[in-house]
Design a protein around this ligand. Structure first.
Ligand SMILES: [Zn+2]
Length: 215
């Protein structure tokens, strides 16, 4: 039963996986090893695999991790629409893992608030520092407020960009103009198109997501 208690010993329970393609060193267990440890590691990494979340109307609304999706299913909040090929095993049972789930009751979620996250800003900017134009792993990027917060700059899609630590230090508490920096491109606001685009980027390896994202 322990295996189905998703929050046990996991401080990252609400963490959704990094975008596919962004290097996440050490995220995969060692392939081919049969030790107990590597089994546990593979399991942990499977529990972090992305799952597409559909509203009751089949509209794609979010991406979560397998672990969280299974909690929603156990609570009777969501049901599986597509299954993963893998299973997780608890003491007595094997549980098939979902790839796409659907909420059973319609949920109204304001577009802007649901999607503003560090992960989504980095995805939009393709892990590219918007000042020096270089690509970095997620761990080496921060979010920069284009108009600094001290000047009333908001935490919004239009005012947050991916930024490397070096450019962030260099810019400090100044606007790009004051710091002599130029944005690679104007940060785009969040739209339904952005949302679909982000979900496609995350789910591009999973064919089962396609029919819900129209590509
Ligand atoms: Zn930079």
């Amino acid at each position: 039963m322990n295996a189905m208690r998703p929050n046990a010993g996991d401080s990252r329970g609400r963490h959704t996986p990094e975008a596919a393609g962004a290097p996440v060193p050490g995220a995969e267990g060692p392939a081919g090893s049969r030790t107990h440890n590597s089994t546990m590691m593979r399991r942990a990494s499977l529990m972090q695999e992305p799952v597409l979340v559909l509203n009751a109307t089949y509209e794609p609304i979010n991406v979560t991790a397998v672990r969280r999706a299974m909690v929603l299913m156990l609570k009777g909040v969501a049901q599986a629409e597509e299954m993963h090929n893998s299973e997780v095993h608890s003491a007595a049972h094997a549980h098939r893992v979902p790839s796409v789930i659907r909420l059973l009751a319609y949920r109204h979620i304001p577009q802007q608030s649901r999607a503003l996250s560090r992960k989504n800003i980095l995805l939009r900017d393709r892990n590219t520092c918007q000042f020096c134009g270089r690509i970095f792993p997620s761990s080496e990027l921060t979010l920069d407020h284009v108009v600094p917060r001290s000047r009333g700059g908001r935490s919004s899609w239009e005012n947050l960009v991916a930024c490397c630590y070096r450019c962030n230090n260099n810019k400090g508490d100044r606007t790009p103009e004051e710091a002599g920096l130029k944005l690679a491109r104007k940060p785009r606001p969040f739209t339904l198109h952005t949302s679909r685009q982000l979900m496609r980027l995350i789910g591009h390896r999973d064919e089962r997501w396609r029919k819900y994202l129209f590509y």
